[in-house]
Ligand binder design. Structure first.
Ligand code: S3P
Length: 439
């Protein structure tokens, strides 16, 4: 019998979406004037992007819009008048920052050093740099080949033309796709990016919203051409982050008596695996007030505990839509009737930590019957999760938040080795969890 330590009740609006906030700051470089971005993500990752964009000459002023959400006025000189950022750019823990900035810098007439923290230095950068090389961008690896720190030299810095290209990506990565499209906005000719599987399409939606002309715009293939003049400034209200909302959805599906409503959550098709999986497992999940907010679909997500969860298989074709949610979803897998299987998810090994081996080790230590596979894992569902173990986060924010939810469903407490890293994506997570939690 599951011995719950509480239930979640009430309404919550989680902070603004991290992926969209990064894009809003970076895409503002392609405008001239003052853009207004409301309901920003307060993630440390997004502050890394903000600081980098300031170094590149954007004037970004923040204000506390209503005591809850943060608003930014972003004044940009346009992409043809950015500053050389001689001090280099530091992306912290953020893969999105370093990869998207590489695309922006591809067309700039200067060279810049890009670096990040220890975790970011271990993540693969060739997936974005090699395609940029074929556009005439030069990169010097400063420590280990294929990893930060590196110096990127925009094609014009070498008196070369940034060459448009037709790319066929091996990895279904929204970051790589976006980086190449940002380079494409500065390249002569038509730059086409074809994906092996659909990904979150925030870039295309925001491009449409701010007026970037798209030459091809379908789920797998996108194409842009050179933007000769900066665009006019834009206004954007960022939707609530579904990756942050996931932790509450999972907890509500697992804790008896729970009944929550998560407000104005972004339910982009390329991000909503969590909702689809919960429904397929038999959880009581309803979407209310579905509408569009500045080009993104949003809905209030209602989750009510119903005690019925059956096993499912999540495979490669769907993984991209829940790439950041697999750690939290795996908690559901421990308490299902039947088997919970994840496959085709080897990308999880190169995130902020190796999330496959980390989750398998943590869940095994907590008493789950889980087996690691090269590209996923299999869990034999059980009636309860024992706990009384150490939960290792490896400095990974999503593992830390998953650990806090796991602690609520375990029979005996977990010792989570680090919760400070949560600030990377959701600084007020513990506060928000406490608001909904009734013990
Ligand atoms: C992101 C895309 C995903 C995701 C990351 C944010 C984005 O990475 O894991 O947290 O904002 O484009 P990949 O596109 O490399 O899978």
């Amino acid at each position: 019998m599951l011995k719950p330590t509480g239930k979640l009740l009430g309404e919550l609006k989680v902070p603004g979406d991290k992926s969209i906030t990064h894009r809003a700051f970076i895409f503002a470089a392609f405008t001239k004037g003052i853009s207004e971005v409301d309901n920003l993500s307060p993630a440390a990752d997004c502050y890394s992007t903000l600081e980098c964009m300031r170094m590149l000459g954007l004037d970004i002023q923040l204000s506390d819009a209503d005591g809850q959400s943060v608003k930014a006025l972003v004044k940009s000189p346009g992409h043809t008048a950015l500053h050389p950022a001689q001090l280099g750019l530091f992306a912290g823990n953020s893969g999105t920052t370093i990869r998207l900035l590489s695309g922006l810098l591809a067309g700039q007439p200067f060279k810049v050093k890009l670096d990040g923290d220890e975790s970011l230095r271990s993540r693969p950068m060739k997936r974005v740099i090699e395609p940029l090389n074929s556009m005439n961008v030069c990169v010097a690896w400063l420590a280990k080949e294929g990893h930060a720190p590196f110096v990127i030299e925009g094609a014009p810095a070498n008196n070369l033309e940034l060459k448009a290209h037709k790319f066929k990506l091996q990895v279904a990565s929204a970051q790589v796709q976006t980086a190449l499209l940002l380079a494409g906005l500065q390249a002569e000719g038509k730059t086409t990016v074809e994906l092996p599987a659909p990904v979150r399409d925030h870039t295309v939606r925001l491009f449409r919203h701010i007026g970037v002309p798209m030459l091809v715009d379908d789920p797998l293939t996108t194409a842009v051409q050179k933007l000769d003049e900066p665009l006019p400034p834009f206004k954007l209200n960022v939707v609530a982050d579904i990756s942050s909302a996931t932790f509450f959805m999972v907890a509500a599906a697992l804790l008896p008596g729970s009944d929550i409503k998560l407000l104005s959550v972004g339910v982009n098709k390329g991000r909503r695996l969590v909702i689809d999986v919960l429904k397929e497992m038999g959880a009581d999940v309803q979407l209310e007030n579905e509408m569009e907010c500045d080009g993104e679909p949003v809905a209030d997500v209602v989750v009510r505990y119903n005690g019925r969860l059956r096993g499912v298989t999540i495979d490669g074709g769907n993984i991209a839509a829940g790439i950041d949610e697999i750690p939290a979803l795996s908690l559901l897998g421990c308490l299902v009737d039947g088997k919970f299987v994840v496959s085709g998810a080897s990308e999880l090994r190169v995130k902020e930590s190796d999330r496959l081996s980390a989750m398998v080790a943590n869940l095994k230590a907590a008493g789950a019957n889980i087996n690691e596979k090269p590209d996923g894992f299999e869990i034999e569902g059980h009636k309860h999760l024992k706990g009384a173990s150490i939960w290792q986060t490896f400095g990974d924010h999503r593992l830390a938040m998953t650990g806090l939810i796991a602690n609520l469903i375990c029979q005996e407490p977990l010792a989570i080795d680090d919760t400070l890293c949560i600030a990377v994506s959701y600084p007020t997570f513990i506060e928000d969890l406490n608001r909904l939690l009734i013990v």
